[in-house]
Design a binder for this molecule. Structure first.
Ligand SMILES: O=C[C@H](O)COP(=O)(O)O
Length: 254
């Protein structure tokens, strides 16, 4: 079974309502491959989620950038999975390295969130990735395998999970992983899934790449056999996001 190309736009903590309207109108007017070829999901900050959902073309979806680890209640500042479901938000990004590193989210905490969000019916973009120090010490696979294992320990149904490999050293730095570096980790991650979760999950789970993806480097990355799409930060706020969506056609003849 083919893995449909997936392009996520993580807007992070950016945007005013005017800027958000502008990005959405660029997306709404863009001519891009059909839904059969590419799944497009944009992730605005919480405050703009409902607004973006109401304006966005119907073949694109929205994602939250985080959600609370369990049922809502007395957790000031948090947003629960149930609330997202109630608003009709289908996706959530969990385990982004900015949250792992700046907010000390551990592998287990991220995995708890993934399991809870899935149990409530959300689809999850689960992020993994190593720091520069970890890469340079040769522990890239140990790190991403541990992050993935924490999730696999709690999740048996991977149908609603997209795994995002985002090397921390490539995020927002302009220092993109080479296509060979991305392919190597994606291949190893798929192998890890095959050996530890199962052949079916390994064959069908989309593993997308994130880290300084832009309109110029996306095609070569998309051409890698184990790269099933992208999670885009900075460039998702610019018109070149449309070119990144179009890179899905590289896979068309798979
Ligand atoms: O979630 C997206 C990643 O953090 C990539 O961000 P970036 O494209 O700005 O490097």
């Amino acid at each position: 079974m083919g893995r449909k190309f997936f392009v996520g736009g993580n807007w992070k903590c950016n945007g005013t309502s005017d800027e958000v309207k502008k990005i959405v109108s660029i997306l709404n007017e863009a001519e891009v491959p059909s839904e059969d070829v590419v799944e497009v999901v944009v992730s605005p900050p919480f405050v703009f989620l409902a607004f973006v959902k109401s304006l966005l073309r119907s073949d694109f979806q929205v994602a939250a950038q985080n959600c609370w680890v369990r049922k809502g209640g007395a957790f000031t500042g948090e947003v629960s999975a149930e609330m997202l479901v109630n608003l009709g938000i289908p996706w959530v990004i969990l385990g982004h390295s900015e949250r792992r590193l700046l907010l000390n989210e551990s592998n287990e905490f991220v995995a708890d969130k993934v399991a809870y969000a899935l149990s409530q019916g959300l689809k999850v973009i689960a992020c993994v990735g190593e720091t520069l120090e970890q890469r340079e010490s040769g522990s890239t696979m140990t790190v991403v395998a541990a992050q993935t294992k924490a999730i696999a320990d709690q999740v048996s149904n991977w149908a609603n999970v997209v795994l995002a490999y985002e090397p921390v050293w490539a995020i927002g730095t302009g220092k993109v992983a080479t296509p060979a570096q991305a392919q190597e980790v994606h291949f190893e991650l798929r192998k890890w899934l095959q050996e530890n979760v199962g052949a079916e999950v390994a064959a069908t789970t989309r593993i997308i790449y994130g880290g300084s993806v832009n309109g110029a480097n996306c095609k070569e990355l998309a051409a890698q056999p184990d790269v099933d799409g992208f999670l885009v930060g900075g460039a998702s706020l610019k018109p070149e996001f449309v070119d990144i969506i179009k890179s899905a056609t590289v896979k068309k003849n798979d």
